[in-house]
Design a protein around this ligand. Sequence first.
Ligand SMILES: Nc1ncnc2c1ncn2[C@@H]1O[C@H](COP(=O)(O)OP(=O)(O)OP(=O)(O)O)[C@@H](O)[C@H]1O
Length: 611
Amino acid sequence: MNPSPIWPLLWRLACYTPKLALADAGLWLLISGVFPAIPGLIIQGFFDALTETTPLSLSPLAFLGLLVATSVGEIAAICAGQWVRTQYRFNLRSLLRNNLLERLLQQPGAQPLTLAGSQHQTVSPGEVIAYFREDPELIEQTVARTADVVGQGLVAMGAIALLLSINVQITLTVFLPLAIISVAVQQARQKIKQYRQASRQATQAVTGFLGEMFASVQVIKATHTEEPVLHYLQQINTERQHHMVKDQLLSTVLNSSFENLTNLGLGLILLQIATARTSGTETLSVGDFALFVYYLTFVTVFFRGLGQHLALVKQTEVSFERLSALQSQATTTEHSPQSSSALALVAHKPLYFPKLLGRQPPLPPVEQSYQTPQAHLETLTVVDLSYRHPHSEKGIEAISFSLRRSSLTVITGPTGSGKTTLLRVLLGLLPRKAGIIYWNGQPVEDPASFFQPSRSAYTPQVPHLFSDTLRNNLLLGLEKYDTDLQTALYRSVFEQDVVAMPTGLETLVGTRGVRLSGGQLQRAAAARMLIRQPELLVFDDLSSALDVETEQQLWERLFEDEQLLGDWRPTCLITSNRPSVLRRADHIIVLNEGRIEACGRFDELSRLNPD
Ligand SMILES: Nc1ncnc2c1ncn2[C@@H]1O[C@H](COP(=O)(O)OP(=O)(O)OP(=O)(O)O)[C@@H](O)[C@H]1O
């Protein structure tokens, strides 16, 4: 059998906060091992003292006192244990979520998420939420419970050794049912994994559909498709129910088998004692019998916990596989298989949580965009850039062009000609299939990380704002003065709108900026770009939400107000079909079916094609 890679992963995760892990393991060794075992010894001493098997060394009240003291100690340990465990588990879960998010953000932003090995199985945002919610919780639960099981196991072995020293034959009969259980669990492991995978996928389908349903409430209402939508939801929920019942049923059957086999073991012991007594053979003192009964339950509870834990480990394997498949879809290669994605999930990164008894470490500074003379854009050259969308085979083919500093280049062409695709491939939001991009003559290896402020900024056709104030949306952690903000608002022709808002820059824009109009959303996104003063400004079709006059004003303020611009000389690459913008352009690129059909200035192109 191949060694399962899950244990190194769990170990690596457990080592993330070593002090918390040690405190947690120590406290839970006391809670689930030592404290539950002590009463057995006290009870044994108590009964042996009562039956005078051993000379009474303590009064019955003293034994009671010992029991109470053990319980008080246990309660104190449980309080401390819960406190430590909450922090420990929270750290582990957060690390997994942080690593997953980090990897997802590294993938080309404009490509839908798919699972590794399946280009066609896309994952909706709702489904991704299910990944973030359930799998990290299951994994951290397994790590924490592994420490419990190990602690319990150590104490259980000690208990078995003690029982063996009292009576070997009776002790061994305990192991018969437990051995059967272990074999049964081993057999059921594969099935548990299958059922868990199916129930997870079904849950994911329901969550994903719920997400899409809420995002499309207006469409559903407008097209009166409430009934089919609800019918479909019901259908996938029934499927989910079916899988969940199978999953839970198998776990419950295994658990109840454990319980009943334990009782069977106990019955066997009693039978042996009875047989021995009738044949006149001395077996156990009353105290030993009490210890036996107490520890038998204690030991079998451990074995039952072990069986459940092995099942949990199987489910955790599924969680690791799911998370790895999600995060490796764009990064998996022959040399970096899915296992490296699993390792990346448990990689140690700072989370900046408060220490157990200390203060919160300072958060890392937000990267500020500073311009250096070396970073100024002189020329941007694109050579033979190509890309094909995986689902339609449409895209761009061998696109080459060059931009000069402080110029306005407009990409134009009929709808579906590849304008947006070209911008996205250039910026690394889609992975290029071929081509080279040169910034000031130097090839750009990783466009996604290169084309960021202060080098470049991008406003897509439908910009995304966060559910926060307008100010925070514009700054996103950037340290700027209010005067800089006002300048950016003026340049994006947004200043009058902000003045008209009752709370100005403190206005809450709502989820995805829903409280702003389409035009306001685009100008807010433009202001967010402009305050960073990037060298290259990339706009995808401002005219879809701005009227001609407002757009004209925006270009004038961006290119003609030299006093306002100071040293900043932005270079613009935009998509538009608006004649007023084409007339203003220094260079026009005409796309058709993903290829460059013509390029030049407006008057040159008009002479070639008077229509
Ligand atoms: N995610 C996608 N999957 C598959 N095909 C796509 C995808 N996005 C775009 N396409 C296809 O690629 C081609 C180019 O699309 P693109 O959005 O770049 O065109 P466009 O010129 O920007 O159109 P518009 O002017 O309508 O914005 C189109 O045929 C489109 O159907």
